[in-house]
Design a protein around this ligand. Structure first.
Ligand code: BGC
Length: 613
């Protein structure tokens, strides 16, 4: 096999750490060891249960929030699990749990957090230093909630705009993704202890390469291509000391990554000498076999160390115990997994931490504060890509009377996209505390702005306006629910290549053409165009969509991706306070492109982006 890349990554373990691990391990019963390997979801495992079963980790799945989802609710919950896990007696060693969340664009679950642009927009910004800053601000907002660990960054190299997770990918170009990996991991982890959170690079490996972009589907590639495209970004991430890696739902050449000894043991832990721990994805082992008992052994023996078994954690513990007792899982595999988990807990400083509410950044006023929002606003401005600007309609002039319309103009929820407050995101401004819609951003900087609801645009008087800003595009989605399946047989074709089971979700749509996905946008642009008002379209979307019809009707067109909570960033660029710097991180297909895949015949190629100069 290819030995092209030997590991150079920082070994975060050292003699002191290793000695501590061995001491702990010597004193652990099988129940305590298996408990460490178990990660339950907060809704299904109380602090008392976490203690009783010596649980190693608790997570909040997307949108799973304590109390009223205020920062203080999170810190209180973190304290409860911490106290339960650390209180010692003769049958409980008192190893602190590690609490994990998906803080993938800021600490996006928590009310009042700064929500940064999703990765696709950051890819357009082409700015690795910015990644470091965003990651470190994210770490602080995560620490503010008393949380230790974020399942980020996603290092997927997305190859299809039909994939519902394309927005979690920085680029189709593995080099661009790789250039972001180390600064992001570094920014998150900092020097651990008080300033950093533990990072989890995901999803190992090939998540972005599935046939027809089907989420959790099949990636059919030679080893050389898998390595060159999908493994590449992991090298700098591991060199930067990423402490945990999440396994991917997808299969590679028919075999699920969750059961893949070669990918987990030989490649990741062997060739890449990864010494942290491997965590499975949400119920990820369920798809290895219809028989859960068998699935547990397949996952452990493939090399997974910690199991994200949100609801099934008790059954997992029971089955794994039986496997060890009869020898179908060896004690040395269990010890290897536990060593890795303890290594991360020791090296990150977690073993010696005080309770979450007593930590330096806990409940900190920087959470959702002005400094982080400024940073987010700058990131938004850098992420915008100008696709068209006829007659220099942009920037909007001081004397212009501006009509603002479109379903995404005054909707912070839509701006933020999936993985914001709820797993699938939210709609409207009410569920997000703080932040500015694009409309309010424009109102804040420009005197003559009038907002008109979509269904009233027909009635406006064209002479009242010099330019219209139409904020159009997608509504929020996450994971498989964002997939676009253009053919009824897509899932059958892709699924038939997989050995194992597949979770099939309703897709977001059946076409990658904006005019078919969201015909209301085309209607809006047509009515503006019929009135001869020059149009600036701002597209909110988690991916490039085919927009030839819409482009023809507009004078300027801006790809704004999923900018997050700070809509002023969009306003400042439209008004010319800042110039466009963003460049497409993906090829943008033309309407006639077969299957809408990227390629030579792109409407705009990767790297494209206009500016005002
Ligand atoms: C996703 C992961 C995520 C996990 C925990 C899964 O559905 O695939 O990316 O980290 O849930 O919420």
């Amino acid at each position: 096999m290819n030995k092209a890349v030997e590991s150079k990554h920082i070994n975060f373990s050292n003699q002191v750490v290793e000695k501590r691990i061995e001491q702990l391990l010597e004193n652990m019963s099988l129940a305590q060891k298996i408990g460490q390997m178990t990660q339950a979801e907060r809704l299904f495992c109380s602090p008392e249960q976490a203690r009783k079963f010596h649980i190693g980790s608790i997570l909040s799945g997307g949108g799973s929030c304590p109390g009223d989802n205020q920062l203080a609710d999170w810190v209180q919950m973190a304290d409860e699990y911490w106290h339960a896990s650390t209180s010692k007696d003769e049958r409980h060693l008192g190893i602190p749990i590690i609490y994990g969340v998906d803080a993938i664009h800021g600490n996006n679950n928590v009310l009042g957090a700064t929500v940064f642009p999703h990765n696709i927009g950051l890819g357009a910004a082409r700015n690795p230093e910015l990644m470091q800053k965003l990651a470190s601000a994210t770490a602080r907002e995560v620490l503010a909630a008393g949380v230790d660990w974020t399942f980020a960054p996603t290092l997927a190299v997305a190859q299809s705009n039909r994939w519902g997770r394309m927005y979690e990918s920085y680029s189709q170009d593995p080099v661009l993704v790789a250039n972001y990996a180390a600064p992001f991991v570094d920014g998150l982890q900092s020097s651990y202890d008080d300033d950093g959170v533990i990072s989890c690079v995901k999803h190992w490996v090939g998540d972005g390469g599935t046939t027809k972009g089907i989420d959790q589907g099949e990636t059919t590639l030679s080893y050389q291509d898998l390595e060159r495209v999908h493994m590449l970004p992991y090298y700098p991430a591991l060199e930067a000391g990423a402490m945990t890696v999440m396994v991917s739902f997808n299969s590679w050449n028919g075999d699920k990554c969750h059961g893949h000894r070669f990918l987990l043991q030989q490649e990741l832990k062997g060739r890449l000498a990864f010494s942290g721990f491997v965590v499975s994805d949400f119920d990820g082992i369920d798809y290895l076999s219809q028989d859960y008992y068998e699935a547990v052994a397949l996952g452990v023996n493939a090399g997974i160390d910690m199991f994200m078994v949100p609801e099934e954690w008790q059954r997992f513990i029971e089955y794994l115990t039986q496997h060890v007792e009869i020898g179908s899982v060896s004690m040395s595999r269990i010890d290897d997994a536990v060593r890795r988990i303890l290594r991360v807990k020791a090296a990150s400083g977690l073993l010696d931490q005080v309770k979450p509410s007593a930590r330096a950044w806990s409940n900190h006023s920087s959470f959702g504060g002005e400094k982080h929002r400024q940073l987010a606003k700058n990131a938004v401005a850098q992420s915008l890509v100008l696709l068209k600007n006829d007659n220099s309609i942009l920037p909007i002039k001081k004397q212009n009377r501006v009509l603002v319309c479109g379903k995404n103009a005054d909707n912070i929820g839509h701006q933020c996209g999936g993985f914001t407050i709820a797993w699938q995101g939210v709609s409207g401004n009410e569920d997000i505390a703080g932040g500015t819609s694009i409309l309010n951003g424009l109102v804040g900087f420009h005197e003559q702005v009038t907002y008109v609801e979509q269904d009233r645009v027909e009635q406006i008087e064209p002479n009242d306006f010099d330019v219209a800003v139409a904020v159009i595009g997608e509504t929020p989605y996450a994971e498989g629910l964002g997939d676009i399946r253009t053919n009824e047989n897509d899932i059958v074709e892709a699924g038939s290549q997989i050995r194992g089971l597949m979770k099939v979700l309703e897709p977001y749509g059946t076409s990658t053409k904006l005019s078919e996905l969201h015909p209301e946008d085309l209607r809006l642009l047509r009515s503006l165009s019929d009135k001869n008002i020059p149009i600036v379209a701002v597209l909110i979307s988690g991916r490039p969509l085919q927009i030839d019809l819409e482009l023809d009707l507009t004078d300027a067109f801006v790809a704004a991706w999923l900018p997050g909570s700070e809509g002023q960033g969009v306003a400042e660029v439209l008004l010319g306070k800042l110039d466009f710097v963003g460049k497409l991180p993906f090829d943008w297909p033309r309407d006639s492109a077969e299957n809408s895949e990227r390629g030579l015949n792109a409407r705009f190629p990767i790297g494209y982006g206009l500016n005002y100069r």
